[in-house]
Design a protein. Structure first.
Length: 501
């Protein structure tokens, strides 16, 4: 496996690799984090002693932040030397998260208990209590608002402007990008409030044996080639194999399609957070097999063609893992975090592969890459617990091996130890969404809300509607996209957004 590098281009992270290995993991029964939040500008650096901790918070003065969020005596994330600093610190901290599977002794990977046992070899006096939730996406927001969530949580879908109300600042983007990859997802006005637990690439998890036996010897690179592959599976296996499993009933799995309309569909790091809000009719067909139109059309055509499950309302998220492992499912459109779960769901892990989404832009394929859920630290926790939490998050990032164990992009900036399970991504460029321009940090959030389309922000129902209309034959795909364009245009006009062709 060749060495991989993440190349930073300004605030945009674009990763170009030879043999890319990128992925992450979400809890069984829960979705990975696919929302995007932008960052603006601040020049202060939160690091070290005297004024450390207040600099980043100062950037959000008037936005609900607490200027004294981090005490003057605290050692902050950039300056912590693991295994050396504060090894005698005594604290009990709680971690609230979505990984219920890691609580089980039957989990085939490394469990929470095992991670904590390793952590306590370095920090024996920091007790870590883990709480998980099967409905984390919803329950985390309720717990966040109540304040009853402990010291560390995976940041849920909150408005970027509210980050300082709930979470401790880690530092500014320039400082944190020297420490971690993807620092700008949960940042606001240049202040970083989240550290990614692992990174994801956006593609398709598939059963290699099913594709090969159906005669699909080359991975599809365009929507037409992908639909042809699904047809080949259907023709070869009949009702014994579902070519594409939608996971309609789970809901959040449908919202996962939104993650492909940026880098994967355009090759453009600026599209999602910079250009999307200003694009006229962004859901129209560009005529070249690219763009958001063709991402969602893959789903519509697969359902309309009879290449998905017979009854979309009865899909089973937990059950599908074993089904794809034993060859009853050809593929599923999910982030790379899903790879490990499908691989470990049965005795045929070697049959599970991961491929890029089938869109080619000017002869080249791209894949969106970004962070999974981010670690956030409670701004209202005691200084001792904040310090212990910073140590735990940095240990999970730099020393635990969590990203690698879960098949993910390593988060520590100097870690190039990628799993080798993405050899199918050879020659594909991975693109991380650039943050919004200064002054437009909240624009996409506003358009999402006003249009009620909610891209990468819980907009599951709009994608479910594609499945419904394709199955029922009561709306053409173009009619659906026309409705989306109308809703987006109305939101742009309501907010006085300058629109470009």
């Amino acid at each position: 496996m060749k060495r991989k590098k993440l190349l930073a281009a300004g605030l945009c992270v674009v990763m170009t690799v030879s043999l890319a290995a990128c992925g992450g993991s979400a809890d069984s029964g829960n979705n990975s984090d696919s929302g995007d939040n932008a960052a603006g500008g601040n020049t202060n650096t939160a690091a070290g002693g005297d004024d450390a901790g207040t600099a980043a918070a100062d950037a959000d003065e008037g936005e609900g932040g607490d200027d004294s969020a981090a005490g003057d005596g605290m050692i902050l994330y950039p300056d912590i030397k693991l295994g050396e600093d504060l090894t005698d610190l005594e604290a009990t901290i709680s971690v609230y998260n979505h990984r219920t599977d890691m609580q089980s002794e039957d989990y085939p990977g490394k469990t929470w208990d095992q991670y904590i046992a390793d952590f306590n070899k370095d920090y024996p006096n920091i007790k870590v209590e883990v709480e998980t939730a099967t409905d984390y996406a919803e329950s985390s927001l309720l717990r966040l608002q109540s304040g009853e969530w402990g010291d560390i949580m995976m940041i849920p879908a909150v408005d970027a402007a509210e980050l300082s109300t709930y979470f401790l600042p880690y530092g500014d983007i320039a400082t944190m990008e020297q420490q971690v990859r993807f620092p700008s997802q949960w940042a606001y006005k240049d202040t970083v409030y989240g550290v990614a637990s692992t990174g994801n690439a956006q593609g398709i998890v598939y059963n290699k044996k099913v594709f090969e036996e159906a005669g699909v010897t080359e991975l599809p690179k365009t929507p037409d080639e992908f639909i042809a592959a699904l047809k080949a599976i259907k023709d070869h296996f009949g009702d014994d194999v579902i070519p594409l499993y939608t996971n309609y009933a789970a809901g959040w799995t449908m919202g996962a399609w939104d993650a492909y309309i940026g880098g994967s569909a355009t090759g453009n790091a600026d599209f999602m957070n910079v250009e999307f809000a200003h694009t006229k009719n962004p859901f129209s067909d560009p005529g070249d097999g690219t763009g958001a139109y063709n991402v969602y059309k893959v789903l519509y055509d697969a359902v309309a063609g009879g290449y998905t499950e017979d009854d979309y309302t009865t899909t089973d998220w937990e059950g599908c893992k074993g089904m794809i492992n034993n060859g009853q499912i050809g593929c599923m459109v999910l982030g790379s975090w899903a790879f490990a779960q499908m691989r470990d769901a049965g005795d045929n892990g070697d049959d599970i592969g991961y491929m890029s989404f089938p869109i080619t832009v000017d002869g080249k394929q791209y894949a969106s890459a970004g962070p999974d859920y981010n670690w956030g630290i409670n701004v209202n926790s005691s200084e001792t617990n904040q310090q212990a939490s910073l140590i735990f998050v940095k240990w999970m990032t730099e020393k635990s091996g969590f990203s690698y164990n879960e098949g993910g992009i390593p988060i520590a900036a100097n870690d190039d130890n990628y799993p080798d399970l993405y050899s199918a991504f050879e020659g594909i460029e991975f693109v991380s969404d650039a943050p919004a321009q200064s002054g437009e940090e909240d624009l996409l959030t506003t358009l999402n809300a006003d249009s009620e389309l909610n891209f990468n922000a819980g907009g599951d129902s709009k994608v479910q509607a594609i499945v419904e209309h394709a199955a029922n034959g009561d709306m053409t795909f173009d009619e659906i996209m026309d409705e989306w364009n109308a809703a987006w245009t109305d939101a742009q006009e309501t907010n006085g957004v300058t629109v470009s062709e």
